[in-house]
Design a binder for this molecule. Structure first.
Ligand code: ADP
Ligand code: MG
Length: 140
Protein backbone atom coordinates (compact mmCIF):
# COMPACT_ATOMS: atom_id res chain seq x y z
CA UNK A 1 0.00 0.00 0.00
CA UNK A 2 1.27 3.46 -0.82
CA UNK A 3 -0.01 6.76 0.45
CA UNK A 4 -0.43 9.63 -1.94
CA UNK A 5 -1.25 13.13 -0.70
CA UNK A 6 -2.51 15.65 -3.19
CA UNK A 7 -3.96 19.12 -3.02
CA UNK A 8 -6.98 19.93 -5.12
CA UNK A 9 -7.95 23.52 -5.90
CA UNK A 10 -11.49 23.02 -7.14
CA UNK A 11 -14.37 20.60 -7.07
CA UNK A 12 -13.46 19.66 -10.65
CA UNK A 13 -9.97 18.61 -9.56
CA UNK A 14 -11.42 16.47 -6.79
CA UNK A 15 -13.74 14.88 -9.36
CA UNK A 16 -10.70 14.13 -11.52
CA UNK A 17 -9.04 12.38 -8.60
CA UNK A 18 -12.24 10.38 -8.22
CA UNK A 19 -11.97 9.36 -11.86
CA UNK A 20 -8.38 8.29 -11.32
CA UNK A 21 -9.48 6.15 -8.39
CA UNK A 22 -12.32 4.67 -10.43
CA UNK A 23 -9.85 3.54 -13.06
CA UNK A 24 -8.10 1.40 -10.49
CA UNK A 25 -11.14 -0.37 -9.10
CA UNK A 26 -12.00 -4.00 -9.59
CA UNK A 27 -15.33 -5.68 -9.02
CA UNK A 28 -16.07 -6.07 -5.33
CA UNK A 29 -13.86 -3.17 -4.29
CA UNK A 30 -14.99 -0.82 -1.52
CA UNK A 31 -13.62 2.72 -1.13
CA UNK A 32 -13.85 4.37 2.29
CA UNK A 33 -14.01 8.17 2.41
CA UNK A 34 -13.55 10.15 5.59
CA UNK A 35 -13.32 13.88 6.27
CA UNK A 36 -15.50 16.64 7.67
CA UNK A 37 -18.70 17.83 6.05
CA UNK A 38 -18.00 19.79 2.90
CA UNK A 39 -14.51 18.47 2.28
CA UNK A 40 -15.60 16.87 -0.98
CA UNK A 41 -16.37 13.21 -0.32
CA UNK A 42 -19.51 13.25 -2.42
CA UNK A 43 -17.75 15.33 -5.06
CA UNK A 44 -15.04 12.69 -5.36
CA UNK A 45 -17.64 9.92 -5.60
CA UNK A 46 -19.40 11.90 -8.34
CA UNK A 47 -16.20 12.07 -10.36
CA UNK A 48 -15.67 8.35 -9.91
CA UNK A 49 -19.24 7.60 -10.97
CA UNK A 50 -18.95 9.74 -14.07
CA UNK A 51 -15.78 7.92 -15.04
CA UNK A 52 -17.61 4.63 -14.58
CA UNK A 53 -20.34 5.81 -16.92
CA UNK A 54 -23.04 6.28 -14.28
CA UNK A 55 -25.75 8.54 -15.73
CA UNK A 56 -27.83 10.93 -13.65
CA UNK A 57 -27.20 12.85 -10.47
CA UNK A 58 -24.81 11.67 -7.76
CA UNK A 59 -25.67 13.24 -4.41
CA UNK A 60 -25.28 12.12 -0.84
CA UNK A 61 -28.00 9.72 0.16
CA UNK A 62 -30.07 11.51 2.79
CA UNK A 63 -33.09 9.38 3.65
CA UNK A 64 -31.42 6.00 3.33
CA UNK A 65 -27.97 4.79 4.22
CA UNK A 66 -27.18 4.28 0.60
CA UNK A 67 -28.16 4.19 -3.00
CA UNK A 68 -27.25 2.14 -5.99
CA UNK A 69 -26.50 3.54 -9.39
CA UNK A 70 -27.15 1.36 -12.41
CA UNK A 71 -26.48 2.11 -16.03
CA UNK A 72 -22.74 2.49 -15.81
CA UNK A 73 -20.03 -0.01 -16.67
CA UNK A 74 -20.71 -1.78 -13.37
CA UNK A 75 -23.18 -1.30 -10.54
CA UNK A 76 -21.99 1.37 -8.11
CA UNK A 77 -23.18 1.71 -4.52
CA UNK A 78 -22.88 4.92 -2.56
CA UNK A 79 -23.31 4.79 1.19
CA UNK A 80 -23.29 7.54 3.78
CA UNK A 81 -23.19 6.26 7.36
CA UNK A 82 -23.10 9.75 8.91
CA UNK A 83 -26.28 9.27 10.91
CA UNK A 84 -25.32 5.84 12.19
CA UNK A 85 -23.32 5.81 15.37
CA UNK A 86 -22.86 2.09 15.12
CA UNK A 87 -24.23 -0.86 13.26
CA UNK A 88 -24.71 -2.68 16.54
CA UNK A 89 -28.32 -3.71 16.78
CA UNK A 90 -28.86 -3.14 13.08
CA UNK A 91 -29.73 -5.95 10.70
CA UNK A 92 -26.43 -7.67 9.90
CA UNK A 93 -27.50 -7.74 6.26
CA UNK A 94 -27.98 -3.97 6.14
CA UNK A 95 -24.84 -3.40 4.11
CA UNK A 96 -25.11 -6.52 1.99
CA UNK A 97 -27.40 -4.95 -0.58
CA UNK A 98 -24.74 -2.37 -1.23
CA UNK A 99 -21.45 -4.22 -0.84
CA UNK A 100 -21.75 -6.70 -3.64
CA UNK A 101 -19.07 -8.67 -5.44
CA UNK A 102 -20.49 -7.72 -8.83
CA UNK A 103 -20.10 -4.00 -8.28
CA UNK A 104 -18.03 -1.39 -6.48
CA UNK A 105 -18.97 0.72 -3.47
CA UNK A 106 -18.07 4.08 -1.96
CA UNK A 107 -18.71 4.66 1.74
CA UNK A 108 -18.81 8.15 3.28
CA UNK A 109 -18.41 8.30 7.07
CA UNK A 110 -17.37 4.65 7.27
CA UNK A 111 -16.65 4.55 11.02
CA UNK A 112 -19.96 2.96 11.96
CA UNK A 113 -19.33 0.22 9.43
CA UNK A 114 -15.87 -0.70 10.58
CA UNK A 115 -15.68 -4.39 11.19
CA UNK A 116 -18.55 -4.99 8.79
CA UNK A 117 -16.65 -3.97 5.70
CA UNK A 118 -14.37 -6.87 4.97
CA UNK A 119 -11.96 -5.59 2.49
CA UNK A 120 -11.84 -1.93 1.71
CA UNK A 121 -9.71 -1.64 -1.41
CA UNK A 122 -8.63 1.84 -0.56
CA UNK A 123 -9.12 4.61 1.92
CA UNK A 124 -9.40 8.31 1.17
CA UNK A 125 -9.10 11.09 3.75
CA UNK A 126 -10.07 14.62 2.86
CA UNK A 127 -9.50 17.83 4.79
CA UNK A 128 -10.07 21.54 4.30
CA UNK A 129 -7.14 23.79 3.50
CA UNK A 130 -9.27 26.79 2.60
CA UNK A 131 -12.46 27.62 0.74
CA UNK A 132 -11.42 25.97 -2.50
CA UNK A 133 -8.45 23.84 -1.60
CA UNK A 134 -8.53 20.39 -0.10
CA UNK A 135 -5.86 18.00 1.01
CA UNK A 136 -6.68 14.48 -0.14
CA UNK A 137 -4.78 11.45 1.06
CA UNK A 138 -5.27 8.21 -0.76
CA UNK A 139 -4.05 4.92 0.67
CA UNK A 140 -3.77 2.92 -2.52
N1 ADP B 1 -11.16 21.39 -3.96
C1 ADP B 1 -12.44 21.03 -3.75
N2 ADP B 1 -12.76 19.72 -3.74
C2 ADP B 1 -14.05 19.33 -3.50
N3 ADP B 1 -15.07 20.17 -3.29
C3 ADP B 1 -14.81 21.48 -3.30
C4 ADP B 1 -13.50 21.97 -3.54
N4 ADP B 1 -13.53 23.32 -3.49
C5 ADP B 1 -14.80 23.66 -3.24
N5 ADP B 1 -15.59 22.57 -3.12
C6 ADP B 1 -17.03 22.59 -2.79
O1 ADP B 1 -17.16 22.01 -1.49
C7 ADP B 1 -18.36 21.26 -1.43
C8 ADP B 1 -18.06 19.80 -1.11
O2 ADP B 1 -19.27 19.16 -0.86
P1 ADP B 1 -19.44 17.60 -0.79
O3 ADP B 1 -18.70 16.95 -1.90
O4 ADP B 1 -20.90 17.34 -0.67
O5 ADP B 1 -18.69 17.28 0.59
P2 ADP B 1 -18.91 16.09 1.62
O6 ADP B 1 -19.55 14.95 0.90
O7 ADP B 1 -17.52 15.79 2.11
O8 ADP B 1 -19.77 16.64 2.72
C9 ADP B 1 -19.04 21.40 -2.78
O9 ADP B 1 -19.96 22.47 -2.71
C10 ADP B 1 -17.89 21.76 -3.70
O10 ADP B 1 -18.29 22.49 -4.84
MG1 MG C 1 -21.29 13.79 1.34
Amino acid sequence: MSVEAVETSSAAETEELGARIAARLRLGDVVLLSGELGTGKTTLVRGACRALGVPGPVTSPTFTIGQRYEGGRMPVSHLDLYRLQTLEGEDPALLDDYLRPEGVAFVEWPAAGSGRIDRPALTVRLSHLDEERRRVEVDW
